[in-house]
Every structure is written in structure tokens, then in C-alpha cells.
Design a protein around this ligand. Sequence first.
Ligand SMILES: [Mg+2]
Length: 211
Amino acid sequence: MALIIFDCDGVLVDSEPLANRVLNEHLRAVGLDLALDESTALFTGLSMNSSVALIEARLGRRLPARFVPDLRAATEHAFRGSLQPVSGIASVLERLRSPSCVASSGIHSKIRRSLELTGLRRFFPDGRIFSAEDVSRGKPAPDLLLHGASRLGFAPADCIVVEDSRPGVLAARAAGMRVFGYAERTPSRVLAAAGATVFTEMAELEALLPD
Ligand SMILES: [Mg+2]
């Protein structure tokens, strides 16, 4: 029996357009003026720590202390009004026979709130939610995926990861896990080049996953 490890943002909840719009506005406010598609390509799938390191490298200076809490609050506000589940994912989770969990670059409170807002929390009890907060290195490092698998008693070779971003696919490959890449918002060629088996509709994922 395989463990199916779901990424949260972009795989379970359709948060990337909302989160990337808020991030883009906050980047502009600190002097990093990027087109929305450019900042989306740069930051999608990164943990907050990895994002901050990248922003500071681009700016050549430290971010103000309020940047992260302000960004988190604004993102949460945007989610509260309009966060939706990814199209077709509820049906995949309803029919899933294999054990599953979430491994997300978000913090625990954000993951739980996102799942609650979209009606998906019932599929993931407390012991099946893993966050970048639980490990020292977020994606694209394999640490979070290895941590979740180990906590649930699965070897990496018995895990299947469902991801939608390049850092997430790289994390899965570095962990020695199979990975299915949902190419709704990241180009198929980017996910395939990182090592994913690509699919474009959640209905296809049902056929890829083991019975
Ligand atoms: Mg994602």
C-alpha cells in the first residue's frame, strides 16, 4: 500500500493566484517591482524562509521585520473571501483508497485554515498534516516529505507525491519518491523536466493513483 502525499497550495486549494497577487503587491511596496507572472514563477512552491532569502538576495538588503507578518495577514484576508478547492480534488479524495497526508510549505495554521475554508479538512486529521515548520529546510529540500513518510511509517519508495510546482517536484525526487505533477498553472515541460509524471486534470490523477 502506498502513501499519497498531497501538496496543499495549487493541489488541494486553488490559492496560488490569490497568494501570488498579494505577494506581488507586497514586493512592490519594498521596492522589488516584478511582473505578476515573473514573481509567480519565482516564488510558487517555496516556503516563506526560502522566499525571504530570495527576496533579500534580489534586493541586496534585509526585509523590514513587518514584511512576513503583514504578508501573512494580507494573504489570509484574501483567502477568507475567495479561496476555492482545486477543481475535481474533492472527488479524488472521496474515492481514494490509499492512506494520504498533506505536506505543505505553509505554516500549520495556514494549512488548516485553507483546508477548512474549502471543506477539505475532513480528509486530513491532525496527524496527517505536515508543515515546513516541522523541519529546518523547506522544499526543494526533501526533508518535509521524508519527515511525513517516516512519521506515518512509510519508506520513500512506497510514497507517491502530488505536486504542482518545480520546488515540490524537486523535493519529491530528492526524497526518492514518485511524483505526479499537476500542470494547471506551472507549464508541463517545467514539471516534467524536474522529474514529474505530468497530468492536467484531477480526473486523470484518479487513473494514475493505485487502487
Ligand atoms: Mg503547490
